[in-house]
Design a protein around this ligand. Structure first.
Ligand code: PAP
Length: 329
């Protein structure tokens, strides 16, 4: 039975400096292949750790930048598509037959900093980006580069209830490793999630830090929830547009632009596009892995009463007094 990680996570390009760092960091069983390591208080696979460090050291934020931040499997792909459609609606009207979202995966249009642009020691070429630059990261607030924290860069944070996030993460990880004939049991990965050793976890630290920032600095950080966007899509999209200082005009409202953006970015539309059913990253991961069910409450098909009780207890304790409540249905 092979235990080598998929190409997506192969560690052959790690620098000596990164290998040295890994040798002294706490580690836990990996969600995909080898281990996750705890660096700067959060858990990440080795390959991404190197990307995080390059991102921290090299990225120079601009005031006009817009960075989407999520914990993995919170609906990143969805928000990337919404952000792209929203911010490019003059250059690429949503009714345009060759709209970029019809032919490119959202992860290509809004790339990850540590996972893509700074991966494997790459030096990104930002000259090809138009302003505002739309970028994405899974990095916790305290580990963002200083220039992101100090500039007027806007941060769009998306969270999702921890039960659905966990199921989506467990599924995704198992799908990535399926060709390697190793699957992680739900019980084992649930225990890791509860201990905080989820991808970019602890989940609660990630969410709470951005939640606090959104309250303290509402012009810099907007806090969105997957469930709220699902239930009140128009209201949430308008709130996002206002935060990004590009509110919808009355004419746009009358001509159905808001509805059309939501339709374009819907799970049903994106998941059925040829690019997303057949396309892959250069490392081989299929785009279709990012479209599974796209629903609230799939956790009910997997959680035992014991799992629900255990996670409830942790969430209650961690989020007590924060004012933040998740919706599970
Ligand atoms: P990432 O953080 O690794 O980039 P992310 O996009 O957050 O991944 O995870 C995919 C999840 O978002 C999947 O959830 P599920 O496993 O519970 O189904 C996926 O189905 C969901 N998703 C992707 N696109 C959409 C969309 N357009 N609308 C709603 N949910 C979506």
């Amino acid at each position: 039975m092979s235990t080598s990680p998929p190409k997506y996570l192969q560690e052959d390009n790690l620098s000596e400096k990164c290998k040295k760092l890994l040798s002294i960091l706490p580690k836990e069983k990996g969600w995909v292949g080898s281990y996750v390591y705890n660096c700067q208080g959060f858990w990440t696979p080795p390959k991404f750790l190197q990307g995080v460090i390059s991102f921290q050291q090299q990225f120079q934020a601009q005031d006009s930048d817009i960075i989407l931040v999520t914990t993995p499997k919170s609906g990143t792909t969805w928000l990337k598509s919404l952000l792209f459609a929203l911010m490019n609606r003059v250059k690429h009207p949503i009714f345009e037959p060759n709209h970029p979202l019809l032919v490119k995966n959202p992860h290509v249009l809004v790339p990850f900093l540590e996972h893509t642009l700074y991966i494997d020691g790459r030096v990104p070429n930002f000259s090809t980006f138009t302003s505002p630059r739309l970028l994405a990261t899974h990095v916790p607030f305290s580990s963002l580069p200083k220039s992101v924290q100090d500039s007027k860069t806007k941060l769009v944070y998306l969270s999702r209830n921890p039960r659905d996030t966990f199921i989506s993460m467990w599924y995704f990880a198992n799908n990535l490793i399926v060709h390697h004939k190793v699957t992680n049991s739900i019980e084992e990965m649930f225990d890791l999630f509860c201990e905080g050793a989820s991808l970019c976890g602890p989940f609660w630290n990630h969410v709470l830090d951005y939640w606090k920032q959104s309250i303290e600095n509402p012009k810099k950080v907007i806090f969105l929830m997957y469930e709220e966007i699902t239930k009140k899509p128009k209201i949430e999209l308008k709130r996002l547009a206002e935060f990004l200082e590009c509110p919808f005009s009355i004419e746009e409202g009358n001509s159905g632009v808001v509805d059309e953006i939501l339709k374009m970015c819907s799970f049903e539309n994106l998941s059925n596009l040829k690019v997303n059913t057949n396309g892959k990253f250069s490392t081989g991961e299929e785009y279709k892995l990012f479209f599974r069910r796209g629903e609230i409450g799939d956790w009910k098909n997997y959680f035992t009463i014991e799992m629900s009780d255990k996670l409830n207890h942790i969430i209650e304790e961690k989020f007590q007094g924060s004012g933040l409540k998740f919706s599970y249905v």
